[in-house]
Write a protein that binds this ligand. Sequence first.
Ligand SMILES: Cc1cc2nc3c(=O)[nH]c(=O)nc-3n(C[C@H](O)[C@H](O)[C@H](O)COP(=O)(O)O)c2cc1C
Length: 184
Amino acid sequence: MSKKTRKNILIGVCGGIAAYKTCFFIRLLLKKKYSVKVIMTEAATKFVTPLTFSALTQNKVHLDMFEEVKDEPVKHICLAQWASLCLIAPCSANTLSKIALGICDNLLTTVVCALPKETKVYLAPAMNDCMWSNPLIQDNINKLEKIKKYKIINPLKGELACGSYGQGRMAEPEEIFKKITSGF
Ligand SMILES: Cc1cc2nc3c(=O)[nH]c(=O)nc-3n(C[C@H](O)[C@H](O)[C@H](O)COP(=O)(O)O)c2cc1C
């Protein structure tokens, strides 16, 4: 396991069209010499291939909690301890809700749950406007916002990939970059 520094950014990618924006965001981090590791949910791999993220980061993309890796017997703990900050972008309604409930049913949700108390988790949700305004999703957001460790980067109003207009577009990569680097 590499030595933990303040430059280790762990990025979780969920299943949504905005996953392509995360490629631009990662390039901003790499230009500033941050080390980046990526965890993708299974749904995320339907939108952007793991190959894109591994080529960008020059690191293996993590997908499977139960894959056996030499020198990393308990992968979710190694990743949680490596990270100096975790960002989930795009964060789906599904993953946001699972994190708020402490559910650990895949590598990403398990790593987030296993992060040390001082490691901040930024969530950049992206979803259809009806999903965003659904009271259950809003309840889960409120629940996370009450815990200092979790920071929500609100989605923007505008045209959405599904064709409707409203709040739900993931924040732009430059804005996410400013938010997470100023919060260090
Ligand atoms: C074309 C398409 C676009 C989607 N976009 C989103 C999205 O932007 N936000 C979202 O929360 N779910 C979106 N979904 C649904 C998620 O992919 C689905 O809820 C999935 O279970 C999320 O899994 P994950 O949280 O493990 O990534 C989309 C599904 C499809 C087929």
